[in-house]
Design a protein around this ligand. Structure first.
Ligand code: 5AD
Ligand code: FES
Length: 370
């Protein structure tokens, strides 16, 4: 991967012109993947193990970029993220805010403060707010519905996305009726044994899948997703993740590299690969061309140009942080997280420059699925 400068990359056809016959075979395979929208484990493992400088990888990313631009043009959508609570009753083995991590000071934002954060985001052109938090029983249906209804009234032209973990179907229904439009719930892995390795026994793969199904049936635009390089992940489990995305057809897919995090059972594991994340972004774009695909903060945290490279690999969404700066460090899902001390003003200007360098632009738009 290029190090510091984003040089404006070539079109797929230009990459083809210069390619050797070996590379052309892989490029044909990539074309077929895109045309048929299917993938098998052996071709996946080829795509994930080719050297970084192989022309077929440049081709994969260029084709993903061309594909996203056909659907969404040069538009990159912003989602203002408000991290409303760092309390969590769960104990996921990878996550920094797991309940057993007693080294963290926990916080819960007041509804008034959450509304103020949305207001600030609105001034910067954000038309989607993502309320994210641990599974915190303080946020009862009544309280969360009230918050959603207040945001809905105050910002009628904005989309409201929730990312509050597993709840009952009734709860999801009430929140939808109160005005929530979208829900992010990463499936984490589509392989039940891998799921059991990543989570303690009181969490169930079947329940996670049920939640995703419920959300979809209720009418939410749904986001699933997984970490790249999580402990226990194999080409096989990644292939199952891709098959799941193909059959579930989510409106959004969030993927980012796994980040080994202090005070979790996986603290000593290896981080996920940025390069592999970029290839998977491109593959997901080709398999599911209309999906909304963020260049995640985790990607930006493991590489200084991670988000730009993500945009250049088929991503079309960014999620700047609107949370009060004093809470940022406490919402410690993973180590090395960027922007912890940066104001919304600073991040907005930063993102605008970064996105400009990729030849795309930030737009004032809800950024619905098309
Ligand atoms: N590294 C990267 N991503 C993580 N997440 C949780 N812990 C980590 C970690 N250590 C992701 C999970 C979760 C989302 C909110 O953050 O996929 O769904
Ligand atoms: Fe926050 Fe660059 S996006 S500092």
């Amino acid at each position: 991967m290029e190090s510091q400068q984003v040089s404006l990359p070539l079109k797929p056809s230009q990459i083809r012109e210069k390619a050797s016959s070996d590379c052309l075979l892989y490029m044909d395979g990539i074309d077929l993947l895109a045309r048929r929208q299917e993938i098998n484990p052996s071709f996946l493992s080829i795509l994930l193990t080719l050297p970084d400088d192989n022309a077929a990888i440049a081709y994969l990313r260029a084709l993903a970029r061309e594909t996203v631009e056909k659907v969404y043009g040069d538009q990159v959508f912003l989602r203002g993220l408000v991290e409303i609570s760092s309390y969590c009753k769960n104990n996921c083995r990878y996550c920094g805010i797991r309940r057993s991590n007693t080294t963290l000071k926990r916080y819960r934002m007041k509804p008034q403060m959450i509304l103020q954060c949305c207001e600030e985001g609105y001034r910067y052109g954000m038309r989607t707010f993502v309320l994210q938090g641990g599974e915190d029983s303080w946020w009862t249906d009544e309280r969360l519905c009230q918050l959603v209804a207040d945001i809905r009234t105050k910002f009628p032209d904005c989309a409201i996305t929730l990312s509050m973990g597993e709840r009952s179907r009734e709860s999801y229904q009430k929140l939808f009726d109160a005005g929530a439009d979208r829900y992010l719930l990463r499936h984490e892995t589509a392989n039940s044994e891998h799921y059991a390795y990543l989570h303690p026994a009181d969490m169930s793969f079947a329940h996670r899948m049920q939640c995703l199904q419920d959300l979809k049936e209720i009418g939410y635009q749904v986001g699933c997703g997984f970490m790249v390089g999580s402990p226990g992940q194999t080409f096989q489990t990644i292939c199952e993740d891709l098959q799941f995305i193909l059959s579930f057809r989510p409106q959004m897919v969030g993927i980012g590299p796994f980040v080994a995090t202090e005070n979790t059972p996986f603290a000593k594991e290896r981080n996920g690969s940025v390069e592999r994340t970029l290839r998977l972004l491109a593959i997901i774009r080709l398999l599911h061309p209309h999906v909304l695909l963020p260049a995640t903060t985790a990607l930006g945290s493991l590489h200084p140009m991670g988000r730009e490279q993500g945009i250049l690999s088929g991503a079309n969404v960014l999620m700047p942080n609107l949370s009060p700066v004093e809470n940022r460090e406490q919402y410690h899902i993973y180590d090395h997280k960027i922007c912890l001390g940066d104001s919304v003003d600073h991040c907005y200007a930063c993102l605008e420059t970064r996105i400009h360098s990729t030849g795309r632009r930030l737009v004032v738009d809800r950024g619905d699925y098309r």
